[in-house]
Design a protein around this ligand. Structure first.
Ligand code: AHR
Length: 349
């Protein structure tokens, strides 16, 4: 991996190229103001790259669809701060894969030291990651996975989404048993996340694998609520219009759960302890944990967004020329009314 010395040499080479590009911009290639603006940004990056003091990271985030996502972005910004030796270039892709690809290409052309990104969906990354590989820029995948050859990325930091889905189903098994309802027919609907994302694929698979062993669990329907409160509510309203006898809602993130609970309450029903519908959620953000405590959500399967420190750690290792693992799985818990009190106060997101 590149050390600071090598980076300095490379910076000197690209300085010449960028100075040439800027000179050309003065020859009518760009408008004067744009050139001046861009010139300012490039000057800043050049200064940093030349000094070799800061590690330049290009970060492509999916968007800001959920409370979880905002916490995840903050975690990266906190860890990859100037004080910690980084110059962080960030881009919010606003839920579009093409925006992520554009951002990654721009980081490649700026010859950043590392690219960190959370792939919105698993498919469709081969070409751009091949370009990063050809440019010699290490790619660190975060949160979600990309379905590509392992040689196209250096490492992945994230959570075990399939395990999260399994944990949800295991909790339901146990709960029905405790209530003496394990033989009863149970009607389930699933509010899914972004189609084709690791979080949607993993949580669906994990839950359905366990459900397959329970012939009395009827999965009535599964539809995407795009990981947002508004869409979660809309899809829950559709489920309620279509099915009279829903026993369990499996909602693949807290934001959709907030929307689903609104829809259920507006329909005159209640979720959670002593209610009409069992509510299973994922993420475990503070507002949702408060609902676990008050009994509106039965169980919240944690998805831990605090992944920035792992990225910092991995980059540190790479800078020192140390070997890194191909995957780092972030630890997580399962929250119910019984244990949530211990964690609620310290939850910052
Ligand atoms: O990939 C992680 C998921 O993405 C979180 O569960 C969800 O809230 C987010 O938008």
């Amino acid at each position: 991996m590149k050390g600071k010395q090598e980076r300095k040499k490379r910076a000197a080479a690209i300085t010449a190229l960028l100075v040439l590009a800027l000179a050309l911009s003065g020859c009518g290639v760009f408008h004067k103001e744009e050139a001046a603006q861009e010139g300012g940004k490039v000057d800043e990056r050049l200064r940093i790259q030349e000094s070799g003091e800061l590690t330049v990271v290009g970060f492509s985030q999916i968007g800001s669809e959920s409370v979880w996502r905002t916490a995840n972005t903050r975690s990266v910004e906190r860890a990859l701060s100037r004080e910690n030796g980084y110059f962080l270039l960030s881009d919010n892709a606003r839920q579009r894969q093409e925006n992520q690809i554009k951002a990654i290409r721009s980081y490649i052309s700026q010859r950043v030291d590392y690219i960190v990104f959370s792939p919105i969906m698993e498919e469709g990354w081969d070409t751009v990651l091949e370009e990063a590989k050809q440019a010699g820029i290490p790619v660190i995948l975060m949160d979600r996975m990309a379905d590509v050859d392992e040689s196209l990325y250096t490492t992945w930091v994230g959570t075990d989404m399939t395990k999260e889905g399994e944990n949800a189903a295991r909790w339901l098994e146990d709960y029905l048993k405790r209530k003496g309802r394990e033989e009863e027919s149970v009607n389930i609907v699933i509010l899914q996340g972004t189609p084709g994302s690791s979080s949607e694929l993993g949580r669906t698979k994990g839950f359905e694998d366990v459900a397959a062993a329970h012939p009395n669990w009827n999965i009535l329907d599964k539809r995407t609520g795009d990981f947002t409160t508004a869409k979660g509510k809309e899809v829950m309203q559709q489920f309620l219009r279509r099915y009279q006898d829903i026993d369990v809602v499996v909602s693949q993130n807290d934001d959709m759960t907030f929307g689903a609970i609104e829809a259920i309450e507006e329909a005159g029903m209640r979720t959670g302890a002593g209610g009409d519908i069992i509510m299973i959620s994922f993420d475990a953000v503070k507002n949702a944990l408060e609902m676990v405590q008050s009994g509106k959500i039965d169980v919240d399967i944690e998805c831990n967004p605090e992944q920035g420190a792992y990225i910092d750690d991995v980059i540190g290792k790479l800078e020192r020329g140390e070997k890194v693992e191909k995957a780092y799985v972030v630890e997580e818990k399962v929250f119910t009314r019984e244990n949530v009190g211990e964690y609620l106060d310290s939850r910052s997101y």
